[in-house]
Write a protein that binds this ligand. Sequence first.
Ligand SMILES: Nc1ncnc2c1ncn2[C@@H]1O[C@H](COP(=O)(O)OP(=O)(O)OP(=O)(O)O)[C@@H](O)[C@H]1O
Ligand SMILES: [Mg+2]
Length: 625
Amino acid sequence: MTVIHRLSDLLINQIAAGEVVERPASVLKEVLENAVDAGARAIEVQLEQGGVRRIRVTDDGCGIGREDLALALERHATSKIASLDDLERVATMGFRGEALAAIAAVARTTITSRAEGEAHAWRIDGHDRSPTPAALNQGTVVDVADLYYNTPARRKFLKSEGTEYAHCDDMFRRVALARPDIGLQLSHNGRVVHRLPPGAPFARVGALMGDDFLLQAREVEAAGGILHLTGFASLPAYSRASRDAQYFFVNGRFVRDKLLAHAVREAYADILHGSRHPAYVLFLELDPAGVDVNVHPAKIEVRFRESRAVHQFVYHALKRVLAESGAGLAGEAGAPAPIAFARPGVDSVAAAPTGAGLSPSDPATRFGNGEGAPRTATALRGWPQGAPQQGRLAMESASRSYFDFAAGARPPAATAAAPVPAASQPLPAGDLAPPLGYALAQLHGIYILAQNAAGLILVDMHAAHERILYEKLKTVLDGRPSVQRLLIPAVFSVSAKDMAAAEECADVLAGMGFELSPAGPQELAVRSVPALLAGAPVAELMRKLLEELREFPATEVVTSRRNELLATMACHGAVRANRQLTLPEMNALLRDMEATERADQCNHGRPTWTQLTMTDLDRFFMRGQ
Ligand SMILES: Nc1ncnc2c1ncn2[C@@H]1O[C@H](COP(=O)(O)OP(=O)(O)OP(=O)(O)O)[C@@H](O)[C@H]1O
Ligand SMILES: [Mg+2]
């Protein structure tokens, strides 16, 4: 008598289903991917009750021949791979030969299919596995009803219809984004929710992510060796409170990959951080042999053979695109778009989306761009002695007209041509004029008004200062940071993994100014920190650092963790609203901005300044019309 016995096939499949079929959305994923693998040009999805009652997918793909129908429902039966060699270079979505068997074990499953050349279709169901004749044009219908009807324990884990539907919808979007060349339709409880004709990636992304996203996204297109990255990534102005609009595909497969997520986060680190998240749809293509897709039951994680190279490639490709899109007065190019000015009663108020509407003649775009650009320090030194004075004069006359106004003069009516005296002396011409001009005044303790060659500059004082501080802190730490020894070492408990990470990365940490040593079997002592971080909560900071060091390549992580910290410091160190600034202080801030990279966006991705040109103002006041 043995105590060990073989499990029945049904039970084996039900156990396997635990991994493959987590909820209706996972059924939908498998069935949709099969349709894609079958070369379908059009796929229709019908859901009932969030997919719990029914998931029905109709495709016009290659179909399954009568002889193969029963096999399709068998475990470990697939047409997609035959050898280990095939497994190592999988180009299809499926390869395990497991999905349909698992689904059939936990739901009432019927497959109707007609392969090319067959006189009619055949139908098979999960119970009685002998094919019967049926009617269908070429292609396949997979019908999955009453999910978990025979496994009540699992049924209890299903959420509300709305929640399950939302997961199905997301799954559908993933496939639809990955394959704009396939026409797709989704209906729920008889109502059509998505109808997506085949077309260009641009159109598909617009249909699913919204035109707003496209307007505020940059197109990504980068190639390096065997790697190819395409898609769309949002500008900081389109950042979101959650990660819900992030889609990364590797060889057409949606993945949630830590390495890739990290590369993206890093690329955005300087322009977006904290609680905001970018939106993106990105496609990484590479030789299938360079990526292992067989590491996760839902095939949602992958492993790259050259993970470092992939990380670096994605990081640099994105960073480049984001920089081109308008970050950096003194950096690559660009500036926030001018405000689209509305005339009362003539136009409706509209703000141009950030990054759009730049023209090469826009002084904001021109300055700081390549050679001959007045970098502040040199430009300042080159100015005639009295030049900065003109800013003061400009300010005084401006404030005089302001006081006139405040003293009771009513704003001139549009019809009455009451000429207000010009607010300023002429600015020095050409290269001598600083790009952001000279401060005129502070508005409500929040904005700085300045006059430059093109017209009026408005600066968000806190946002601008925050960016400047942040960049300065980074520069300081790029060299050898000065170190603050702690009088009393900060001791804190750590896991064995953290302990190992601390040991492995001791050099990296020391390079940043952190000196660590074990204080007990599960305790670490921090004896020094970078001077700039002297006031930071050391244990908390170290734990976070170690956690990231465990997961990601050392150098990048330290940079990102460090930068996040610096950003927080900058935010708290930056000048707060209602601080009265003197004119020299404001001018100094403007000059700092000109010398600071990415100065046109604060660390949270908000613009720091904008320009209203004389043309904008003339248009607003309908001058010369
Ligand atoms: N819609 C379809 N059109 C044509 N053939 C299909 C379709 N769906 C399934 N098949 C066939 O049935 C087989 C089994 O499908 P199943 O999803 O169980 O496994 P797989 O796709 O090979 O691997 P995986 O378990 O990774 O999905 C497939 O290999 C394919 O030959
Ligand atoms: Mg499959």
